[in-house]
Ligand binder design. Structure first.
Ligand code: PHE
Ligand code: FE
Length: 281
């Protein structure tokens, strides 16, 4: 393969015409599987976004078309990148209401597990909520916060907020808990696990608590944090100056991953059985 020097913002043309019939079939397969499972489990704002953005059309979405709708709704747009991009580049995109999406799609033998986010995770998982005003504002604020966190050397800490909200967040719904994080919504296995498994803790979301909680990247989560609403998430993160928080937490030890604190609001006390069995030889 030839190494191509990235543009300064790492974007590349999506080149929609390059997707093969197999690529489109993989998208359709994943799309159908998830949209059958999601009603009743996902935040209604997510399904609303899918509809308003016309994402129910078959095949890998054409970003140009998608952006016509998205720009009109919230001023966000999707830009294509080859894969993961450096932190500063990622934050700068978000701070300017651009969501960088991997433009490749997984192979048919990788439907359930992938190391790098592809276009299905990035677009199906992340983009529907960008059509929702409060969530759209939160994502931009996160990008601005990320640029600030670089100066405080606090990226590792801030990433926990992203992980436990944007990727693996739960929200209180009218009839119990619902999923909204892209890492759950784009995963068949975790869509079940996050709501139904007896294993993980499901705890009320509190900003400083989350910033002190490590996470797993190699398996289903041991903790999920539950927000009351997207307005709550936006308000708390906007109104908190993270500078003093980073300084205070710099000397605080992490909370061991499966520990429940006395002041945690507990929705579910997990038995952590998934971890116990999956660690056996
Ligand atoms: N208010 C945060 C700060 O002072 C910025 C931020 C907003 C961070 C939203 C994350 C999410 O850095
Ligand atoms: Fe993601």
């Amino acid at each position: 393969m030839t190494e191509i020097a990235p543009s300064p913002d790492w974007t590349i043309p999506q080149d929609w015409a390059h997707y093969s019939p197999t690529d489109h079939r993989v998208w359709d397969h994943l799309f159908d599987r998830q949209t059958r499972l999601l009603p009743g489990r996902v935040a209604p704002e997510f399904l609303d976004g899918l509809k308003r953005l016309d994402l129910t059309r078959p095949g890998v979405p054409d970003f140009a078309r998608l952006n016509d709708q998205l720009v009109a709704l919230t001023g966000w747009q999707v830009v294509a990148v080859p894969g993961l991009v450096p932190d500063a580049v990622f934050f700068d995109h978000l701070a300017n209401r651009r969501f960088p999406a991997g433009n490749f799609i997984r192979r048919p033998d990788q439907l359930d597990y992938l190391q790098e986010p592809d276009v299905f995770h990035d677009v199906f998982g992340h983009v529907p909520l960008l059509a929702h005003p409060a969530f759209a504002d939160y994502m931009q604020a996160y990008g601005q916060g990320g640029l600030r966190a670089l100066e405080y050397n606090a990226i590792a800490r801030l990433s926990r907020l992203y992980w436990y909200t944007v990727e693996f967040g739960l929200i209180r719904g009218r009839d119990g808990l619902a999923i909204y994080g892209a890492g759950i919504v784009s995963s068949h296995g975790e869509t079940h696990f996050a709501l139904d498994s007896a294993s993980p803790n499901r705890l009320g979301w509190r900003l400083d608590r989350v910033l002190q909680t490590p996470y797993r990247i190699d398996d289903f989560q041991q903790n999920y944090f539950v927000i009351d609403s997207f307005d709550q998430l936006l308000k708390v993160t906007l109104e908190t100056d993270f500078g003093p928080l980073y300084q205070r937490l710099a000397d605080a030890p992490d909370i061991p991953i499966a520990t429940i604190l006395p002041d945690d609001p507990v929705f579910t006390r997990g038995d952590q059985s998934h971890v116990a069995t999956s660690r056996q030889p």
